[in-house]
Design a protein around this ligand. Sequence first.
Ligand SMILES: CC(C)(COP(=O)(O)OP(=O)(O)OC[C@H]1O[C@@H](n2cnc3c(N)ncnc32)[C@H](O)[C@@H]1OP(=O)(O)O)[C@@H](O)C(=O)NCCC(=O)NCCS
Length: 147
Amino acid sequence: MQIAFRKIELKKDWPMLAKWNEDHTRINYPAFHGNDAYLKSLKAWIRQEPDGQLVILADGKEAGTLSLLTEGPDDANRFGTLLRLHVDVSFRGKRLGTKAVEKTLAYFKEKGVTRVKLMVTKTNDCAVKLYEHNGFAVTRYQMERRI
Ligand SMILES: CC(C)(COP(=O)(O)OP(=O)(O)OC[C@H]1O[C@@H](n2cnc3c(N)ncnc32)[C@H](O)[C@@H]1OP(=O)(O)O)[C@@H](O)C(=O)NCCC(=O)NCCS
């Protein structure tokens, strides 16, 4: 399978991205509803770092999305964030996720970034495994409670 990446074209890609976001929030953020917050964030990411907002292509077909952002208070403290990785359900288990993580590391290396962060939902076993197998380790806990 030929895997490639292209930049998101928001107007054309939004229906597909919105559908993926519904699945993404169901798995990772069940308390959130609707696509408005994602659209707002995505627009900001595109403004800030357009070359990091990507569609994953498998043999030329749109198979997922990857969002990367270079962040930090100053040049000495820059880090890369993998904001979103989503593979369409019909393409899962075909190493696209692994290729996307490899792409992430290459992308940030090219930018001279030496640390890459991401947030993953504790119960998302498949994603946790993917990141652990690619060298990520827990450095911090995000805690949450209902009030
Ligand atoms: C997490 C996700 C990106 C993985 O993508 P993928 O293309 O299926 O991943 P890969 O095919 O590269 O497989 C990665 C690992 O997960 C395992 N895996 C794949 N599908 C699995 C499944 N259904 N159940 C359990 N493990 C699974 C693979 O065996 C592989 O492990 P290995 O490295 O030990 O062989 C994909 O499942 C997804 O998009 N999930 C919904 C969105 C999400 O939760 N994203 C991550 C949070 S940011």
